[in-house]
Design a protein. Structure first.
Length: 365
């Protein structure tokens, strides 16, 4: 015997209401997700404030989560304690990997390079791509470890995950060093991001790093491993989101104005137009002797800013609107008189002003 029309309508209405409630629950309850370790989300398309053009720029997940080495704290990001680390998206810090952790949990997968201080391998730790640095010049390598621990965490410095004796584990950035920026931006994956905004952001990162080193927690530090353009750029890595981070801190001597301590980058004669004038042997009629070579200060880093930025800007060096606002400060950076060059902080402030006025759609971190 069939249902009467009123009862049938009642049941149809009831089923309809139940279905609507279930759909509402499904749509309103967010999906649970694991913390994201990746540092890139290539979906943003910020534009210049003049509305004339648009630039596709990879956005750091640090604009949504704290950067590696930092964790959420009362609505902001706080650094991990010393000898601890975190990855982007984590909500807590872990202690550095111990010798046992490195021995049992880090898998070396291949060789990357070898330099004057260490062998460098790539590998994996619990699904995280890492770099296995093995030092063989013990004194220089240990100095680099001390520098890295003292200067981190910082969003623009490579993150140490652990250490044991002459072994250091850091995060791996597969795009390589900054001297390969043109090759990276020519790849299928990144060619859409080869534009003024993305390149200027890397140039701004470079200036940010120099400004940090010149006002660091351990005094005024100078990037001495920078005898030529390629060597300078090789000290920096490119992240997946096209940001620069400082990777090599093995040669960072201190300038201490309170006691008059200046520096020299090594004990051999340095040559080349990339060098600041005060780094060149000033007595051409005499053979070089280290004892007579005058010392200098952090302004050698300022001299190098314009050529490094020009390289990072690539084919946009002559057309990016940002650089037209930096002509004066770059001219001051190339002053023959070191004391008349601007400070790194002054250069940073100029870059920050240009960044915020031209690229305000990109979140500043």
């Amino acid at each position: 015997m069939g249902l009467s029309s009123p009862r049938r309508n009642f049941w149809i209405l009831s089923v309809f209401c139940i279905v609507c409630v279930m759909l509402s629950i499904l749509l309103c309850v967010p999906m649970r997700s694991q913390p994201q370790v990746s540092t890139v989300e290539k979906i943003s398309e910020p534009s210049l404030t003049d509305g004339q053009r648009k630039y596709r720029v990879p956005r750091d997940l640090s604009t949504k989560h704290c950067s590696a080495g930092f964790v959420p704290n009362m609505g902001s990001c706080s650094p991990c304690p010393k000898r601890h680390f975190s990855l982007s998206g984590w909500i807590s810090c872990l202690p550095y990997l111990t010798c046992d952790d490195i021995t049992h949990d880090v898998r070396i997968q291949g060789h990357l390079t070898s330099g004057g201080v260490k062998h460098v391998f790539y590998g994996e730790w619990n699904g995280v791509q890492v770099v296995y640095n093995e030092g063989y010049l013990q004194e220089d390598f240990q100095h680099g470890l001390q520098m890295l621990q003292a200067l981190t965490p910082h969003p623009r410095l490579v993150l140490p995950l652990g250490m044991c004796g002459n072994v250091l584990i850091t995060l791996r950035y597969k795009l390589g060093s900054a001297d390969k920026v043109n090759e990276v931006l020519a790849t299928k994956e990144y060619r859409l991001f080869d534009n003024c905004a993305a390149r200027f952001r890397m140039a701004f990162d470079y200036v940010t790093i120099i400004a940090y080193l010149h006002s660091s927690p351990i005094g005024v530090r100078v990037m001495c491993d920078s005898a030529d353009l390629e060597k300078t750029l090789s000290q920096y890595l490119i992240t997946d989101s096209l940001r620069l981070i400082l990777n090599d801190v093995d040669a960072l001597p201190e300038v201490n104005r309170s006691n008059g301590s200046l520096i020299k980058c090594g004990h051999r004669e340095l040559v080349g137009q990339f060098l600041a004038p005060e780094q060149r042997w000033p007595f051409p009629e005499e053979p070089f002797t280290d004892d007579k070579m005058p010392m200098y200060d952090e302004k050698v880093d300022i001299w190098r800013i314009p050529p490094v930025v020009e390289f990072l800007m690539g084919r946009y060096a002559g057309s990016c609107p940002a650089l037209t606002h930096l002509v004066d400060i770059h001219a001051k950076c190339r002053n023959i008189d070191a004391q008349r060059r601007p400070s790194a902080q002054e250069v940073f402030e100029q870059y920050k002003m240009v960044w915020e006025s031209l690229f305000s759609m990109i979140q500043f971190d």
